[in-house]
Design a binder for this molecule. Sequence first.
Ligand SMILES: [Cu+2]
Length: 63
Amino acid sequence: MFEFQIPSMSCGHCIKAVTEAVQSVDAQAKVQVNLAQHQVTVETSLQRAAIAAALAEAGYPVQ
Ligand SMILES: [Cu+2]
């Protein structure tokens, strides 16, 4: 399980976009977003870097 800080995440649309970005590389991934903390928790079998790359590609670079 990985945690990411994504400062640019700010609304419900972002939650959907971030979730879809993760699930585009791992359809089985579980994604939990804490909007107030700008934090995303991802349960995946992939490497952390693969998830971070997918998020960055979707316009949500991680810190
Ligand atoms: Cu948004």
